[in-house]
Design a protein around this ligand. Sequence first.
Ligand SMILES: *[C@@H]1O[C@H](CO)[C@@H](O)[C@H](O)[C@H]1NC(C)=O
Ligand SMILES: *[C@@H]1O[C@H](CO)[C@@H](O)[C@H](O)[C@H]1NC(C)=O
Ligand SMILES: *[C@@H]1O[C@H](CO)[C@@H](O)[C@H](O)[C@H]1NC(C)=O
Ligand SMILES: *[C@@H]1O[C@H](CO)[C@@H](O)[C@H](O)[C@H]1NC(C)=O
Ligand SMILES: *[C@@H]1O[C@H](CO)[C@@H](O)[C@H](O)[C@H]1NC(C)=O
Length: 371
Amino acid sequence: MLRRRKMNAENEANADTALLSEKQSDVRKNGSKRVLTYYKKPIGARFAAFALRLILFAFIIYISIPFLFRFSPTFRRSLIFMNYINLQPFHNLSQPEMHYGLNCTQPFFIHANDVKLGAWHIFPKQRIHECANESRLAAEDFNDDRPVFLYFHGNGGTRGGRHRVGLYKVLAYSSLNAHVIAIDYRGYGDSSNVSPSADGLELDANAIYSWLSSKINVSRINVWGHSLGTAIAVRLAGKLLKESSPNSVILDAPFTNVAEAAFSYHLAVVYRWWPYFCWFFSEPLEQTAETAFDSLKLVGNIKSPLLILHSMDDITVPICLGQKLYQKALNASNSEVKMVVFREELNYGHKYIFKDKELPKIIEEFISKTN
Ligand SMILES: *[C@@H]1O[C@H](CO)[C@@H](O)[C@H](O)[C@H]1NC(C)=O
Ligand SMILES: *[C@@H]1O[C@H](CO)[C@@H](O)[C@H](O)[C@H]1NC(C)=O
Ligand SMILES: *[C@@H]1O[C@H](CO)[C@@H](O)[C@H](O)[C@H]1NC(C)=O
Ligand SMILES: *[C@@H]1O[C@H](CO)[C@@H](O)[C@H](O)[C@H]1NC(C)=O
Ligand SMILES: *[C@@H]1O[C@H](CO)[C@@H](O)[C@H](O)[C@H]1NC(C)=O
């Protein structure tokens, strides 16, 4: 009897060897039963109980998410807009030069529809020397012949996000030598802390577009959207008259509509097999105004030439969505539509097309042809 107990204990001990230090193993070989009973068994048991609880907890979360998504608009908004995420909490958007390495950038605010929007004017490289002067450039100063890019960022973070600043630098400091206007929508960055919605973001886009087109001829404006920002750019440009449409619209990693984007999103893979996926995820996204982004429906109404950029290794917004939007635009639009695809080996993913050495040339050709 005693022998059997000892053997059981030893078997358990073998299973737990990884948890024991060498010294404890030695003690075990010497046949000390005390080590076996007081040391190992409780650790193994406690670990199993902990692991079980962890699995149960993860399972409850896994089951709850679809229900939260279906029934809580707040939860949906928080996943779609992610405006509360700020990876650079100690960066001050009022000091673009010091905190974001953007020389000679003017921070300013636009006030519209009871909302304050934080914005930057990044100057073309040919104007940077003017900043050495005490009389610094003003946000309204477009007094040259350079093109202007109006940038609409994607979800999460602020206009100061690294990949965003990376793109501004390409547009302003490469051969493109252009102005960039970047804004934060409501609820993002230093803009008013108002809950974001599709309609609200469209109002914000309209506000900055009106501000800009009151300063310069729209034939100098090029609208650039990235990710969720492509849907905002399409909502803006799709509703403008021909005479107030920008020189071009550039969509960087666009999607068709928010329901398809949710289905194709890489993390959705854990739910895609659920029989009621559409009921849980797609329907509430499509059928509530606050998240109703439908670029597929509006893209044909854009009167400006349209350029789509997409990387083949984009797992956040798969390229098939960009291609579908492109096909629809080709079919529906009367003006030029072009798509540029970046190969998988380049590893640009969802955010890093700005690193492409050819990009300034691609953009320059596209926006100047349209003049
Ligand atoms: C950011 O900078 C501005 C202007 O330099 C300053 O007024 C403001 O207090 C700063 N904000 C924070 C949170 O440090
Ligand atoms: C920006 O300023 C830094 C430091 O003053 C300088 O090294 C850099 O060359 C400047 N960049 C441009 C594009 O002028
Ligand atoms: C600074 O600006 C003034 C007025 O615009 C100009 O006369 C002067 O030459 C500028 N100085 C430099 C160093 O650019
Ligand atoms: C804007 O520019 C276009 C083409 O460059 C020109 O035909 C048009 O008259 C300009 N509009 C205004 C209001 O200056
Ligand atoms: C484009 O138009 C053709 C013919 O009108 C149609 O067969 C095709 O399905 C359309 N494609 C898209 C993506 O709308």
